[in-house]
Every structure is written in structure tokens, then in C-alpha cells.
Design a protein around this ligand. Sequence first.
Ligand code: 13P
Length: 252
Amino acid sequence: MTKKIIAGNWKQNGTLKSSVRLTKSIISALDKKRCKHEIIIFPPSIYFLPIQDLITKKKIKLGSQNVSAYANGAFTGEISATMLRDLKVNYCLVGHSERRHVINETESILSHKVTRLLENNINIVYCIGETLKEYKAKKTKIILRQQIQRFIKSNENNLRIKPKRIILAYEPVWAIGTGLVPTIYELNKIFSFIRATLNKLDNRYSSIKILYGGSVTPDNASKLMETNHMDGLLIGGSSLISKKFIDICSTI
Ligand code: 13P
């Protein structure tokens, strides 16, 4: 079995107590060898310190849900990539649909965030995906090609040097938190398309891993993991319930 990446995006959920409890449950499952895959958790950043204390020396990587587009300065409320590096944060999400469509982050802001993270050697999980309207209009491939090209072109030189720092996450906006999931037939086609698009841009991008996210549950995880060219899962709701997340992590 090839090891996959299982990432949990906790979003703006939980308390200090529940976040620590969830982390401890994942560690305990790891210690009992119930997790077959690489694990990354993306807790709310205010809980990084206690969580980092728990996962040090464990095989769990810490990710941030967000980063400032600016290096430092008068940007009230923002957290810089240097601060993330300080706390030994290994990954950061960029381009998540909630940040693109709810917070209205533009491609230019996303590009600055990518630059800041690469400057600080933090790995990037870059999210792409079409809206329901685009899916219904059969524009999925056009949108994905645009998003991938803009992402790569905006940081071309840096990315060529550091392709290993990049993971792409395909998260159809219409599948996030809705219980809707593309068919395996659709996913096979889309993942082959993403892989081919990356290869066409530069063969150095062949090392970029690609995850799927959107309504992943313990019931559909094993089927989803069969998708060609898919390197793992990015999980929202099911990552907040320890039993569900651990069941997904133990899926082969
Ligand atoms: P759900 O798993 O809740 O659909 O969320 C997916 C997601 O947005 C992960 O980043």
C-alpha cells in the first residue's frame, strides 16, 4: 500500500479543550498503529502552542489555515509566515474556497501568500476547485487549468526551485460541507487532467502531490483513495470527530 496524506482542516471550530482532546485521540491511534498514512492537522492558530507541545516527536505535522500576504508591519490581526516558522508550522493552506469565496481573497493576494511561505520554507497546500455553477456549465477543466496556471505563473521561479514544497488540493466548492461527492469516474478524469496540466507546465512539477477534499467520510474514504493520481484527502467536518478521522486514517 502506498502511504497517502490525510489532512484535517478544523476550520473555525472547537475550543482549547476539544482541540487538545482531538489531538490526543489522534496521537493515541498513532501509538496503537491504527493510522496507516501521513497526518497533517490544521487547527485554529490560537491553539498551535499546546498542540505543538503534544505532537512534538510524533508523526503528525502541523498546518496553518492561513497566513498574511505581508512579511511584517502594521497589519492588525494578521499572522506572518515568519511567525508560523517560529512555531515550527510545517504546512499552510492557500486558496481554500472559503477564503476565495467568503473572504474574497484575489489571485494576487494568494500569490503574495505563496511567496511569503516559500521564503520561510513552509510547505503549501494550494486549493483549487470549481463552483456549482461552473460544474453545471461543464467548465471544471477550464477553471482548474486557469487556477493552476495562475498559481504557477505568479511564483514560477520560486516554484521551479521548490516543487517539493507544494501540494495541490482539488476541492470542488459544491462538494464542501454538502454531502455531495464527484463520482470516481469524474475524479479519475479530473486527477489525470490536473497531473497532465502540471506535467505540461514543467516536468519538475511531477513531484507535486494532489489531494481530494469535499464531504469525505469514513464510508467513502476507501473508494476515494482508489482514484488514479490521488495522493490523499483533505477533510473538513469528519476531521473534527476523532472516531471518524481515525477511521479514515486507518483506511487502506
Ligand atoms: P468537508 O469535508 O466538511 O466537506 O470540508 C472540506 C474542506 O473544506 C477541507 O478543506
